[in-house]
Design a protein around this ligand. Structure first.
Ligand code: SF4
Length: 424
C-alpha cells in the first residue's frame, strides 16, 4: 500500500461511541451525523447491537473510509480536518499522526487491498450520553438533557432539523447507564493505551467510574492514559482517587470565557466553582497523575471579543497550559463567527493579532499548534464573509439569545456591550 499524505491512523486503531450510543469513525464525524452502518442490516450500529469490534471496524463504510485516506483523499466525513488544514491550523488528523508515528507503517502494511484490517483497539472514546448539569447555549439536546424541553419550544428557523427529528431518541438515551457499556468495554480493554471520556458531563456518569474500577482491578490501569472533556464544575473525590492508579490523566477543560461571560454562555455554571477547581488541580496535579490540563475554548459570537480576558486569566497558573486551544464553532451557524458584523470582525482580528504577539514567548514547547489554531480563527474572520448571510444570521443570533435569556433573567448586552450599536 502506498503512503498517503492524507493518512489518519484513527480508522485503524480507534473506537468512538457517540452520545446516542452509535459508532462513528471519530468525534469529528459527530458534527455531520455520519455513522458506521452495519453491512447486514444497513442500519447505524449501536453499542447495544453487540457486534464484535472486528465486525464494527470492517464494515463496508470503514473499509471505504480507509481506502480513501490511503488514496490521499479527504472523505466527506473528514471535512473538519480538511477545513482546519486548509486554514493553516492543526487538525486532529495531524495530532494523531504525531502520536502514532511509530505504528503507521505497520498499519498500512497490514491493510488488505479491500481495506480490511485485523487490529486491536488501542484508543477508545466514549461520549457518555447526554446527562449534563449545564445547558450551554451553543449545545443541544444530543449532548445535554437539560436542553430537551427548551429545544422543543424554539421557533422553526432556530432549530437544527436533524436534532428536532431525533428528539424522541435524545429523550431516551440511557445506554451509558446499562451493563452494555461495561460488556462492550471489556472486549476491547486488553490492548488499550488511551481511554477518553466526554459527555454530557463525563464526571457525572456513574458508568465511567465503573469502567475505571474495572481497569484498576484487572491491572490494566497502569498502561492506560486517561483523558476527558469536562466542564470542571464538579470534581468528585472518588474519581481523583482512581486517577492515582492510571498511567497518566489529561484534562481538556471547556471554558469559553471568565467570570460573568462564563456564567452567561455556559448557564447555569458558576465561575467561582470552576476557578476553585482549576486552582486546586494546578496545585495538586502531581497527587493525581495529571500530566496535562489544557483549556478548550469554543470560539463563537458571544466570546470572540473577549478572548484576551481568558488569556490573561490563564497567566496565573503554574501547571495549566497558559494558552487555550481555540476551536471555531460551526453549528448553530447563528452563534458562529459567520454572524459577526464587518466592523467587529476588524476589531476581533486586531485583538487576535495582539494575542498572538503577546503569546509567542509564553508558548510551551510542543504547544506551537495552539498558535496555528489562533491563526485559523483570524483567517476565518477575514475569509468567510458574506454580508447578506451575516445580516440574516445576526438577526437570528439576537433572537435566539433573547429567547434563551428571557426566562433566566440574564442579558446579552451586559456581557457583550459592543453589540449594542448593531441591535436596532
Ligand atoms: S481525518 Fe480527521 S475527521 Fe477523518 S477520521 Fe481522521 S481525525 Fe477523524
Amino acid at each position: 500500500m502506498p503512503k498517503s499524505n492524507k493518512f489518519c491512523p484513527l480508522p485503524w486503531i480507534h473506537s468512538y461511541v457517540g452520545n446516542a450510543g452509535f459508532y462513528q469513525a471519530c468525534c469529528i464525524n459527530d458534527e455531520y451525523n455520519i455513522y458506521n452502518r452495519s453491512d447486514q442490516t444497513g442500519k447505524d450500529i449501536h453499542i447495544s447491537d453487540g457486534l464484535s469490534h472486528q465486525e464494527i471496524m470492517n464494515t463496508k463504510y470503514m473499509k471505504e473510509l480507509r481506502l480513501s485516506l490511503l488514496a490521499g483523499e479527504f472523505p466527506e466525513e473528514c471535512s473538519r480536518c480538511k477545513i482546519t488544514e486548509s486554514l493553516g491550523g492543526t487538525s486532529r488528523r495531524m495530532t494523531e499522526i504525531d502520536q502514532y508515528q511509530d505504528k503507521i507503517e505497520n498499519l498500512i502494511d497490514n491493510t488488505a487491498p479491500d481495506g480490511t484490517i485485523d487490529q486491536p483497539i488501542i484508543h477508545a472514546d466514549y461520549r457518555l450520553g447526554n446527562t449534563c448539569n449545564l445547558q450551554c447555549r451553543m449545545c443541544g439536546p444530543n449532548a445535554s438533557s437539560k436542553w430537551i424541553k427548551d429545544y422543543e419550544k424554539l421557533p422553526d428557523h432556530l432549530y437544527n432539523y436533524s436534532s428536532r427529528k431525533r428528539m424522541d431518541e435524545f429523550k431516551k438515551i440511557n445506554w451509558q447507564q446499562s451493563s452494555v457499556l461495561l460488556q462492550e468495554f471489556e472486549e476491547k480493554a486488553g490492548a488499550l493505551e488511551r481511554l477518553h471520556f466526554a459527555g454530557g458531563e463525563a464526571f457525572f456518569t456513574p458508568g465511567m467510574e465503573i469502567i475505571l474500577q474495572k481497569c484498576i482491578e484487572s491491572g490494566e490501569a497502569k498502561n492506560i492514559t486517561l483523558s476527558y472533556n469536562t466542564n470542571l464544575t464538579v470534581l468528585p473525590n472518588s474519581l481523583l482517587e482512581k486517577w492515582k492508579q492510571f498511567k497518566e490523566v489529561k484534562l481538556l477543560v471547556s471554558i469559553d470565557g471568565v467570570e460573568e461571560l462564563n456564567d452567561y454562555i455556559r448557564y447555569p455554571s458558576k465561575w467561582i466553582d470552576i476557578d476553585k477547581n482549576l486552582n486546586f488541580l494546578d496545585n495538586h496535579h502531581l497527587d493525581y497523575n495529571i500530566t496535562e490540563i489544557l483549556i478548550s475554548t469554543t470560539v463563537q459570537m458571544n466570546n470572540i471579543l473577549h478572548l484576551s480576558k481568558l488569556y490573561h486569566y490563564l497567566e496565573k497558573f503554574k501547571f495549566i497550559i497558559p494558552i487555550p486551544n481555540l476551536i471555531v464553532l460551526n453549528m448553530p451557524s447563528y452563534l458562529s463567527l459567520l454572524a459577526l458584523p464587518k466592523k467587529l470582525r476588524m476589531i476581533a482580528s486586531v485583538q487576535l493579532e495582539d494575542l498572538r504577539k503577546s503569546t509567542l514567548e509564553k508558548i510551551p514547547k510542543n504547544y506551537e499548534y495552539l498558535l496555528g489554531n489562533l491563526d485559523g480563527v483570524k483567517k476565518r474572520l477575514i475569509l468567510e464573509f458574506d454580508e447578506q448571510e451575516q445580516k440574516k444570521l445576526f438577526k437570528k443570533f439576537v433572537e435566539f439569545n433573547q429567547i434563551y435569556d428571557q426566562k433566566r433573567g440574564i442579558e446579552l448586552l451586559n456581557v457583550n456591550p459592543e453589540l449594542a450599536y448593531f441591535i436596532s
